[in-house]
Each structure stands twice: as C-alpha cells, then as structure tokens.
Design a protein around this ligand. Sequence first.
Ligand SMILES: Nc1ncnc2c1ncn2[C@@H]1O[C@H](COP(=O)(O)OP(=O)(O)OP(=O)(O)O)[C@@H](O)[C@H]1O
Ligand SMILES: [Mg+2]
Length: 254
Amino acid sequence: MDFTAKIETQHLNLYYGEFRALEDVNIKIPDRNVTAMIGPSGCGKSTMLRCFNRMNDLAEQIKVEGKIFIDGKDILAPDTDLIFLRRNVGMVFQRPNVFDLSILENLRFGLRIHRLLSKKDEIMAAIQGGLEHVGLWDELKDKLRKNARTLTLEQQQRLCIARVLILKPQVVLLDEPCSALDPISTLRIEELLRVLREDYAMVIVTHNMQQAARVSDYTGFLYLGKLIEFGETNQVFTKPHEKLTENYISGHFG
Ligand SMILES: Nc1ncnc2c1ncn2[C@@H]1O[C@H](COP(=O)(O)OP(=O)(O)OP(=O)(O)O)[C@@H](O)[C@H]1O
Ligand SMILES: [Mg+2]
C-alpha cells in the first residue's frame, strides 16, 4: 500500500472510564478512496470513526492516547480548532438526522453556523450544487421549502450527505449510512459513494460485508478494539493474512 495517508493514527488508545475501547490502533487511510471498517458489534468501529473529528470528546470520562494526524497535523493537539475540524471532517449517521426544517434550511444551516457565504445568490448556488452532488436537485428543486422530514429515508440520507458536502470537507465519515434503508436505496447510496470517492477521503463503517466488498477500496477489520488487519479490500476478502479476519469474513462469528 503505497500512498500518503490522509488520516493516520499512531498508537491510538481510547478509554471510556477504565474500559479500553481502542487498543494501539495504527492505521493509514488514503485520500480519494473509500475505506471500510468492519468487525463485530462493540469492537470499536464507531468509536474509531468518532476519533477522526473528535466527536468522542462529547462523551464523559474519556481518555485518548496516541496521535491522530489529518494531512500531517495532529488533531489531538490542544490548539486544534474543533469547529473547523468538524466541518473539514464531516459525518453521516445511521438514521438520517435531518432537522425539522425545510430542505433549504437544512442545507443553509451549516453555511450559517460556519459563516461561509453571505450573498443570497452564492448561498443558492451552493445549495443547488449540494443537491446536484447527491443526485437530488432535479427531484427537489421545486420543493425546497418542503419539510425535510416528509422526504423518503433515502432522500433524507442523501440530504444529510449534501449537508456535509456543502461545507466543503476533505473527509467524510459514514457510520452504517444504509442501515435504515431498503436494499434498492442501499445500492443507490453505494453508487453515490463510489462517485464521491473521487473527491474525498471516505470512511464507512458497515456491518454488511457484501457492502464493504462492493463499495470500498481498502478495508480494516477491528476486533475487541484492535485493528487486526488492514489492506486492499480485495486482498482482505479473498486472501486475509490473519486467521481472525478469515473467520469473521466467512461468518464464523459476529
Ligand atoms: N459513550 C460510551 N461510554 C462507555 N462505553 C462506550 C461508549 N460508547 C461505546 N462504548 C463501548 O465501547 C465499545 C465499542 O463501542 P462502539 O460503539 O465503538 O462499537 P461498534 O463497533 O461501533 O459497535 P456496533 O457495530 O454495535 O455499532 C463497546 O463495548 C461499547 O459498549
Ligand atoms: Mg457502531
């Protein structure tokens, strides 16, 4: 694996109180690719993802050790601008968490918070661009004032992705983004991720191994807080180096 890491962790440990949820994780995640994180429930996938934009900081009694670099800068350093970090490293969750507001307001929200654009025509162009990016513009352009909660779940999840993209992030984290969707919508979201990877470093957590195999270029396998294996998806799925990975992939546990 020959790439400059967009995200890199060195000896990353994370404790919730006394419990060590991540143990000496060393990973390099490439830019402009999809990296999947797989592993059984409770192995630390979401915890790891939340490290990359320091969302774990919101949990109580948390301790993080080691280093996490994004573009070579240690985001655990005390001078890290967390507001910028969370804009630059956007996140999409399991359930589409659209606000109880219009489609337009959902998209305008982040622009406002981050004071990104002020001119009305620039804002509208950004909103159009965001919706185009996720394939929603044509179907929603005449309904921008409709409440976002009236959309289908797939549309809502696309809107959540647009809400992240409109802030021009470099990294997009997705924590089981299709788990609330039906199989057809899931495939369509996967298609979108494959297009988006041309411009972003994307990290997707998934329980679904077929999904990891379909959508990702690289795969990491976590087990009990340890990164057991990381490599090109094809290698991890067809010729895993570790017995544990092989057992997991062949459905022997988890
Ligand atoms: N805020 C928290 N406080 C205490 N323990 C936590 C907290 N969040 C997660 N944990 C514990 O840390 C471990 C890893 O949790 P995490 O949610 O990262 O796993 P996961 O791999 O995402 O699981 P799942 O596949 O079920 O989503 C689990 O044992 C979990 O119970
Ligand atoms: Mg999780």
